[in-house]
Design a protein around this ligand. Structure first.
Ligand code: NAG
Ligand code: NAG
Ligand code: NAG
Ligand code: NAG
Ligand code: NAG
Ligand code: NAG
Length: 431
């Protein structure tokens, strides 16, 4: 009796494809934005905050708009973009006071990390691009160039050219991929310089060679090289830190978007293919480890003894929507949707289960101590906005691939097979 299976399959398929309307309200999002503003102080938090504001509140000026930003900010956009400019301006005025010799190779902020200050670079480049230098009385282009020269000429490198994540010794962290390559790529995009876009790609390629763990389904290790002894030095971390994997995938997406927006897009198609497959590779390593009852990742993805972490869960889910939008790779959308609905879900009294009443995401890893659970995470707040923005863009674009069926890669997913079987069922019905 072929009719019943066909109907069952259709029902199954329908429920898979249904996109639930779970969504944060304006006031909940405003709380997330406010807590992010309260909490972001470290260099990487400032850069990550600037990026989240662009993605969520100033979309035409985000790299994911896939068009060059306008050189002047429309008046209806100036208040939304003002926190980004204010980060750039504050950083530059602190730089002038802390270092009187304000020319020459130097980071935007003096820091133990060689990479984190560069995360503020895109905001500084955008301030230059939109002509803020004159009114603010600072040289944004010069500061960006100094940051660039610092990375290239002052920071230790591996023999094959991977720039260190740390200033005091040569050490590679997965975090780097969100901090430096997106800056180089954005620099290349705005100055129409292909070699900088190539450099962004090459740094990622090198980092992947050092950090990818082929023994663990290509999850990235957190920290390699370095002695890890003395002063501010940090021990190696062979573990597959979830936030590190998400930083890497999300950084790659920004580079991918920069290359694809640039005038070199067609001559850099193999680089874009690589980035796209490396992002998918991380997603493929991560999602099999998601905790099935909470739809969250453990702090170390494949170590169930570690606590659950909503921050990495949010950032990695955002990369799924972005990869779907940019490359039509939909394979992990059902998993990302599950995570998003869990993160933004409410209990029976209508309260968000993964946010405190004043808007902090929970539970989260401590941003200052990556092995420990924390209470508040500014970067986690930014990841919520990245996720919300990516999801909204995906919904706006027609929620393509909601059932995970991929046009390009991923092989025949369960949902794809269901479509096939449904057609077979219907066909059998007619004979
Ligand atoms: C989700 O909610 C936000 C504000 O709360 C709104 O701006 C947005 O349009 C909503 N998106 C969808 C897809 O429902
Ligand atoms: C600002 O105005 C332009 C038209 O001048 C419009 O296209 C755009 O959507 C507006 N942006 C916002 C954020 O309202
Ligand atoms: C100041 O910067 C210039 C330009 O890079 C450099 O030549 C000079 O040595 C620096 N001076 C000091 C005191 O660091
Ligand atoms: C700064 O902005 C100007 C004008 O938009 C642009 O021509 C220049 O390339 C920018 N410089 C950098 C370093 O981005
Ligand atoms: C691109 O950037 C590199 C690194 O700063 C520089 O050496 C090169 O001259 C630039 N190329 C162009 C065409 O501006
Ligand atoms: C829902 O969550 C809120 C905030 O955490 C809590 O106060 C309330 O008791 C919860 N309600 C139920 C039915 O669990």
């Amino acid at each position: 009796m072929p009719f019943l299976p066909a109907v069952l399959l259709l029902v199954l398929l329908g429920s898979l494809a249904a996109v639930s309307a779970q969504n944060l309200t304006e006031s909940q999002l405003a709380n997330v934005v406010a807590r992010l503003a309260d909490g972001a102080t470290h260099p990487w938090e400032l850069g990550t905050r600037a990026q989240a504001i662009l993605e969520h509140d100033v979309r035409p000026f985000s790299v994911f708009s896939l068009s060059l930003p306008e050189t002047s900010v429309p008046s209806n956009t100036s208040s939304a973009i003002s926190p980004v400019f204010s980060i750039a301006k504050t950083v530059l005025s602190n730089r002038a006071t802390s270092n009187k010799n304000i020319t020459g190779p130097q980071p935007l902020v003096s820091d133990d990390s060689a990479a984190d200050p560069a995360s503020i670079g895109p905001a500084v480049l955008l301030a230059n691009w939109t002509g803020r230098g004159q009114s603010d009385g600072v040289d944004y282009a010069g500061a960006a160039q100094d940051q660039f020269n610092f990375l290239y000429f002052r920071v230790p490198k591996t023999s094959d050219g991977a720039i260190s994540h740390r200033t005091s010794e040569l050490q590679l962290w997965s975090d780097f991929v969100y901090m430096v390559p997106p800056f180089l790529a954005y620099y290349g995009l705005l100055t129409n310089n292909q070699s900088l876009l190539e450099d962004a790609y090459t740094q990622i390629k090198l980092y992947r060679n050092y950090l990818r763990d082929t023994q663990s389904n290509n999850l990235w290790k957190h920290i390699q090289l370095g002695t890890g002894s003395g002063g501010s030095q940090v021990a190696n971390d062979d573990g597959h830190w979830s936030t590190g994997n998400a930083w890497a995938a999300a950084g790659m997406l920004r580079v991918l978007a920069s290359i694809s927006t640039s005038s070199f897009s067609s001559s850099m198609s193999s680089e874009q293919d690589d980035l796209s497959s490396w992002i998918f590779e991380i997603q493929s390593g991560m999602y099999p480890h998601i905790d099935s009852s909470s739809s969250l990742f453990h702090n170390y993805a494949d170590n169930t003894a570690t606590f659950l972490d909503a921050a990495s869960t949010a950032l990695l889910a955002s990369t799924v929507y972005r990869l779907s939008l940019l490359r039509s790779i939909h394979h992990f959308l059902p998993a990302a949707e599950q995570s998003r609905k869990a993160l933004f879900g409410t209990n029976s009294s209508g309260d968000l289960t993964h946010f405190t009443s004043d808007g902090w995401l929970t539970p989260v890893v401590n941003p200052d101590n990556f092995g420990a659970e924390g209470t508040t995470s500014p970067e986690g707040q930014a990841f919520v906005l990245d996720l919300q923005a990516a999801w909204e863009d995906w919904v706006q674009d027609g929620s393509k691939g909601a059932n995970g069926a991929s046009r390009i890669r991923g092989g025949p997913s369960g949902a794809y097979l269901m479509v096939l079987f449904t057609f077979m069922g219907v066909w059998v019905m007619f004979i």
